[in-house]
Design a protein around this ligand. Structure first.
Ligand SMILES: Cc1cc2nc3c(=O)[nH]c(=O)nc-3n(C[C@H](O)[C@H](O)[C@H](O)COP(=O)(O)O)c2cc1C
Length: 329
């Protein structure tokens, strides 16, 4: 399970930073892989409001960290934790810049009618602090979070908000924070960590492995976490395969071929499926490995559809492994 934290305060080592780091430390101890984006220092370009994404499905700003890294991480995340101090009854401007750029994901979902393969299980958590104690203090941020999480195909499941937190580090003296976080870890993180992990491997990770991962994730929902890796990663996904899935309403837009080490964010899968003559030896030592002898498909539309049908039969066959008990040491 992979959790992406968005640290929205410009104050390094401040209350939001501490709160998010505490959450992610506890999540990591429960078995999650975690990563934090320090949003204020990420160099994200603000949305231009040009409307390009609503007609093209991609952002016209293609050369900043949002385009090159963060859209992809949002698509890989099983949980997104958005953390912000209250600034004038809303999100910090720094976090809002990231949120506004997600208009691209909103467009893919609502204008292009595409669904992310992880839509059924991705969760959104909000963390916030504020100095005063007003009754409506977090209402503005809650609304922004609601629509942000909806755009990134995450279910807004829980929020932890703390009033009367002002000086740098004051959150450390707030009673109950550790217990509040522990409750979210038990309710939301542990069930996602407990799913069986499957890593699909093909030579270039451009067509067969991502197709298998997307189909398995959709087919088995919250029972598994499927991902894919490559022995020699190609630069991009196969265009006919991506288009075929898009025609079926499945969004692989920000998926990229990745080396095996990156594919699971450092976690060990429970099963590795090598596809084609990918390797003579299991690519990850000590992990159960099976081979699906499916040859690479030519880069053509009809070949992509034939591959999908073959893959569906193999993905169906995974049910026996999914239903068998596993023991993790
Ligand atoms: C620009 C700015 C605007 C703020 N607006 C509010 C506000 O509207 N209501 C409030 O209670 N606190 C407000 N605060 C206080 C912060 O929310 C509070 O100090 C918080 O603990 C800072 O978190 P941090 O250490 O993570 O930056 C504001 C602080 C700043 C710098």
């Amino acid at each position: 399970m992979f959790i992406l934290g968005l640290q929205g305060s410009p104050r390094k080592g401040g209350n939001t930073d501490i709160l998010l780091a505490t959450f992610l430390e506890k999540a990591a101890a429960a078995g999650a892989a975690v990563q934090t984006i320090q949003v204020a220092r990420a160099g994200i370009t603000p949305c231009k409001g040009c409307g390009y994404c609503e007609s093209h499905g991609t952002c016209v700003i293609a050369d900043d960290p949002m385009a090159k890294q963060i859209f992809g991480l949002l698509r890989q995340a099983d949980m997104v934790v958005a953390a912000s101090p209250i600034y004038f009854y809303g999100a910090s401007a720094q976090l809002k810049v990231l949120i506004d750029r997600c208009q691209t994901l909103w467009s893919r979902k609502y204008a292009f009618k595409l669904k992310d393969p992880l839509v059924a299980t991705r969760e959104g958590i909000l963390l916030s602090v504020a100095a005063s104690r007003g009754r409506q203090l977090f209402d503005g941020l809650q609304l922004t979070a609601k629509y942000f999480f909806d755009a990134i195909d995450a279910r807004f499941s829980q929020a932890l908000t703390y009033r009367g937190i002002e000086g740098k580090g004051a959150i450390r003296d707030q009673a109950g924070v550790a217990g509040d976080i522990d409750a979210i870890i038990e309710k939301s993180v542990r069930p996602l960590v407990a799913r069986k992990g499957i890593l699909f491997v093909s030579r270039q990770g451009a067509c067969r492995a991502p197709l298998a991962a997307a189909m398995a994730q959709q087919r088995y929902g919250d029972r598994i976490r499927a991902t894919f890796g490559a022995l020699q990663p190609a630069a991009t996904l196969s265009a006919p395969m991506r288009q075929m899935m898009q025609n079926l309403g499945v969004d692989l837009g920000y998926w990229q071929p990745a080396p095996l080490d990156d594919a699971m964010h450092g976690l060990r899968p429970d099963l590795v499926v090598t596809i084609g003559a990918a390797a003579t030896e299991p690519p990850i030592a000590g992990v159960e490995t099976v081979n699906w002898p499916i040859p690479a498909a030519p880069d053509a539309d009809d070949a992509a559809e034939a591959l999908r049908l073959t893959m569906a039969t193999h993905v169906d066959g995974l049910i026996h492994w999914i239903e068998a008990p596993i023991s993790r040491k």
